[in-house]
Design a protein around this ligand. Structure first.
Ligand SMILES: *Cc1c(COP(=O)(O)O)cnc(C)c1O
Length: 230
């Protein structure tokens, strides 16, 4: 557990430094601790250290984990590809407070429908495939504004911003153009009247670059928890 404490300190220090480099206040940057394939006791440790947001990428795993922590002040973010038949489980969880990975119109309609049934408005981010990788999910950059317009009238989802997942590079600087692309899209969207407060970008390998490019939410797994239990 000492190891975890050290990692947390280091991650916080790096977030502060990266924010400082471009004159940002690090309190604008939310830390999402990505707990997928990590044991309950590590989650509990970080909870006790004041981490409030945990990210999971599988609906089933999220269901099991949130039961374990149902008595805690905790928010779960869904960050993985979401199948439509799993939407109902997430929407039922009051402490599942953000879906980062809205990546199709059909999914948007399903979330809206389920949220309506549950009397909720579900906050979401639109996932953008900034790297234009055919094997990855997400809306293509050039289609993003059109997509935002199409989902604007769905009353039971609330679009809070954009998210991207970039390829892995040995040199994190190579991820910069993709982060820049997402930040640019947000600007364009804002000029057209979309709110888009959040930019979810940056993970263990590249979160410092993402912060320099304007990230408001970093999704960090291994740098906090250590290697995942595959
Ligand atoms: C697993 C995952 C992360 C965290 O990855 P690390 O490299 O462990 O920081 C972030 N975002 C998404 C969408 C993920 O699936």
């Amino acid at each position: 557990m000492q190891e975890l404490e050290k990692r947390l300190k280091l991650v916080r220090k790096k977030i502060n430094k990266a924010a400082g480099r471009i004159g940002r206040d690090s309190s604008e940057i939310k830390l999402v601790a990505v707990s997928k394939q990590q044991p309950m006791e590590k989650i509990r440790f970080f909870l006790e250290k004041g981490i409030k947001i945990f990210g999971e990428s599988r609906a089933q795993e999220l269901r099991e984990k949130q039961k374990e922590f149902s008595d805690c002040d905790i928010s779960w973010h869904f960050i993985g590809h979401l199948q439509r038949n799993k939407v109902k489980y997430l929407v039922r969880m009051a402490n599942c407070t953000l879906i980062h990975s809205l990546d199709s119109l059909r999914l948007a309609r399903e979330i809206d429908k389920r949220a309506r049934k549950n009397g909720r408005v579900v906050p979401v981010l639109v996932q953008v495939n900034t790297a234009r990788d055919e094997n990855k999910y997400g809306i293509m950059p050039e289609d993003t504004i059109d997509f935002l317009s199409k989902i604007k009238d769905l009353e039971h989802i609330s679009v809070r911003g954009l998210m991207t997942l970039v390829p892995y590079f040995d040199d994190p600087g190579e991820a910069r153009p993709y982060f820049h692309c997402l930040a640019d899209l947000r600007e364009t969207g804002r000029e057209m009247g979309f709110e888009l407060a959040e930019l979810s970008m940056g993970m263990t390998s590249d979160f410092e670059v993402a912060i320099e490019e304007g990230s408001t939410m970093v999704r960090i797994g291994r740098a906090l928890f250590g290697p995942r239990d595959y």
